[in-house]
Every structure is written in C-alpha cells, then in structure tokens.
Design a protein around this ligand. Sequence first.
Ligand SMILES: Cc1ncc(C[n+]2csc(CCOP(=O)(O)OP(=O)(O)O)c2C)c(N)n1
Ligand SMILES: [Mg+2]
Length: 551
Amino acid sequence: MATVADLIADCLHAEGVSVVFGLPGEENTRIIQAISDRPDIRFILVHHEQAASFMADVYGRLTGRAGVCLATLGPGAINLLLGVADATTDSAPVVAISAQVGLDRIYKESHQVVALTDMFAPVTKWSDTVASAQAVPEMMRKAFDLAQAERPGATYLAVPEDVEAQVAPADLGPLHGRPGHRAAADLSQVWEAIDLLSHAKSPVILAGHGVVRDHAGPQLRRFAETLNLPVATTFQAKGALPDSHPNALGVVGFMRHDYENFAFDNADVIISVGYELQEFAPSRINPGHDKDIIHVNRFAQDVDDAYQITVGIESDVSSALDTLSQAAELANLSPFPWRAAPIRRLQREELERGACDDSFPLTPQRVVADTRAALGPGDIVLVDTGAVKMWMARLYQTEEPNTCVISNGLSTMAWTLPGAIGAHFAAPDRQVLAVMGDGSFLMNSQELATAVREHLPLVALVWQDDSYGLIKWKMDLELGRHSQVDFVNPDLVAYAESFGAHGHRITRAGQLGPVLREALADGGVHVIACPVDYRENMALTDRLGELTINM
Ligand SMILES: Cc1ncc(C[n+]2csc(CCOP(=O)(O)OP(=O)(O)O)c2C)c(N)n1
Ligand SMILES: [Mg+2]
C-alpha cells in the first residue's frame, strides 16, 4: 500500500524533479526509499546537508525550476538552512524537505525536537508542516509554485515521522501545475519614463538578476542600442549584456569606487532593470540620493532612501524593455552621446596587463585571464565568496547570462564546490568550473567524495593564499593591521588524491592554462591549487582610491 512517502515521491516526479540531493536519518527513511525506488529520480547522497542545500540552490538558479534537497529532522534540517537562505536571498527556487518528530510528540519537549518551521520561516517564502496525508498534494504543489514564482526563493516542508509512514488514500495524487502568467508593462508608466528620458542628460542602465531570470538579454540589448545607453550589471547579472558589447560597462557592487561607478556619478537618471536591493546597496550608485530612478521589475522594491523611485514599471522585464524601446522610437528620442569610453579603456588595460604577467605566485588578474581563456563562452564558472570574488566579478569577461555565477545576496562562503555538482545536473552539456579561495575549499571539500563516488565531473580551482584573504584585505584597509586570518593548508594535492581525485599544484604562471584545460576536458574530479599574490588587493584599492575619470 502506498504511503505518504510514496505520494511525496509521486509529487516530486509530477513537478519534473529528476534529481534530489540529500542525506538520510532515522526519520526520513521511507521518503529516501520511495525516491530511490523510482528510476526517474536520481538521489545524490552527500556528506553534509549544507552541501545538498547548495546543490539544490545552484540547480534552481541555473534552471529556474526548484532544486530539491532532503534531510532528516533536527540537526539534519538545521544543516540545510544556509543553502536555503542563500537561495532566497539570491532569488533561486529551492524546495527543502526534512523530517520532523511525529505529531504525537511535536508539541512537547522531546528527543531531537526543534521548531523547524519557525527556524526556516525567515529564510523562506513559505515554511510549514505536513500534518496529514490529505495535505500532501496541495502542500507539495504550493511549495513548488511559490518557490518558482517571481521573486523566486526557497520553501520548506517538515514531514513528521508518523505522517511519513501513514497509508495514503488511493484517490490522492499529485496536482497539476498552473500555467505561468506574463505581465505586460503599463503604458502610462512607460510614457512617464520616456518623458523623463527626453529631459535627461546622461542616463545609465543598471541591469540586475531579474534580467537573467526573464531571459531578457536581447530586449536589454535592443533598448541600450536604441538610445545608446551604457549598461552596468550587478554581480548576479553578469553576462546579461555581453561584456564584448560596446555599451557594456562591467559590474557594479565592488566594495570600493570602481571604474563603472564613474558612469553613475555622472548620471542624472538610473534605469534600473530587474535589480533587487539585496544585490548591493543602492547608496553605492546614488550616494547623494539625487538621481531619478526608473524602476523596472516584476515586483515593487523595499524602501531605501537611496532608491526613491520616480517612475515604477511593474511587469515582466522583457516586456517592459520592448515597450520602452518601441516608445523611444515612436517619440523620436535621439541616442545619447557616448561618454563611457574611458571606463572601457581602463578595464581593457587592466585585463591586458594581467594576461601577460608571468610573476609567481600568480597575480589575480593573470588567474582571471587564464580562467577565461580555458572556458568557452557558454561554459559555467561558479565563483565563491572572498577576495577571489572581487577579482572574478570585476574582470571575468562574461558573454552569456548565468555563465559566471556569484552569490551576492547572502555572499556565503563554500557554496561552489557542492554547487558544481548541482550545476552539472542543471547543464550536463556544459563545462563547469568551481573557483574558490582556500578557506572556502576547506569548508565543504568533503563533497569531493560525493563527486568521485557518483562519477560526476568536478573541477575546483583553489586560489591559495593560506588566508581568509578578503578579511585580511578589509582589516588592512580599515584597521591598518590584521589578525585571525592566516591559516595552514594541508597539502592540497595529497588531500585531493586521498579522495581518489586528481590533485595539481601550479608552480609557475604558464602552467595554469594548460592544467585547467586538461582537467576540464577529462571529465573527472580535479583540485587545482594555484598560489595567488594578494599583494594586488591593496594595490588595487590604492589605485582605485586615487583614480579620477573625466567623463
Ligand atoms: C559561511 C561564511 N563564513 C564567513 C564569511 C565571511 N567571509 C567572507 S570572505 C571570507 C574569507 C574567504 O577566504 P577564502 O575562501 O580563502 O578566499 P580569499 O578571500 O582568500 O580569496 C570570510 C571569512 C562568509 N561570507 N560566509
Ligand atoms: Mg584564501
């Protein structure tokens, strides 16, 4: 007889789920078994539930369909929390499911009981307990529906041990998904925006993560070209407009005043498209609170005194951009004069200098250049949090959205190594590279064992500085000295090999490119330890601090 566990597996199948990342416990054995019995769903057994949550997070981010992670009650569920929070803050759809103690004792102080739904509530769009077999189809459908709807995020369901074991009435089955709806732009708002632009001197487009989620790159490009507007992206929207496009300015969000900030200093109107306040603080681009903001997104923003909207267009980003382009043409708005050439020149010069720097340890610019050269335009690099992120975000030339993936909502460490496993399932035909600092590597390196066991391709490029480099940088900048940031790494090559993976140590600059290419082509599990010279960190902030651009 089918149990609730079987019914949950049926619902997962009906939602199109083909992979579940998780770890068993005594209280979720039936769900684990029900999923494992299905030939159409692969269960990836992990070594830390946090890693399962990051795998689901990256899968959701890259596909737009909810990634699923599964854990047992109490400690297992608590370990899911970080990836779940990362998914919500980074707008990635995730459905997290864990066991809970039985309904017969959930109300009292008892073994392993924790108020799990309370704990997940602040980091999810919906968090609830499945209290009966009857509730399963509706609750499962709602979990997926909410997770995947704009603005996407995580949902969480706790399944009490005794409910999981209940017999499911034979007439219960999965509910069908509802068709998604498109939302067209309100014309009166569009004309207000055009009116504002007709009086503007130097508008700039800020493209955020919502552009990527709505696949609105072509519409963004058309609008930028129609009015000859410069386009800066957030870290999460890298590639929304190809970096090779003449109107591309690069990313904003770096901790200091970077090249592209000059375009915002100079702007009177910011056309903010698909941007969420969690991506970076708007005060970075509107410190004087004096710019007009045209806000385009599926939903309204939270209130921020540096982000007071002059015109708000709440619709699909692609529809709004198309309507804006048409209206600009109808109104005969002339293209704006191009002022951003110095910004593009500075970026190009920094990249070119880096690409031919043969010093050892490698400069960050050289590592970025070699990484770029080793990957195709559609391949995926996941960039972990640390100084490594600052360099990759600023300099990695990105031609397609979701090919340089960064966590900048929560900016958690240690998501890329497990995330590469999620990315493989999201995009099995593309090469995936996980780039991380040595601190992040050691935080979730146990998942090398998962990749080796499951025969999954995984290449981890570790920027080795024997330190929590970003924090050292910040301390040196703000305190003039640092402490509690240096550590001793194990022998990373021997460590990788102990998992049955391949280990590589880079000992000169020219070696990185070939090693990266070979590791990616091999399809196995590789760890590449690359010593990096982070004296460049302070040199960069010093240089940016003194920089002036006349636009
Ligand atoms: C889980 C988590 N813990 C702590 C931090 C704070 N933090 C941000 S970057 C960083 C250092 C990262 O070090 P590493 O991975 O070696 O990268 P590096 O900065 O050296 O490039 C720390 C501790 C964080 N963002 N996430
Ligand atoms: Mg480090």
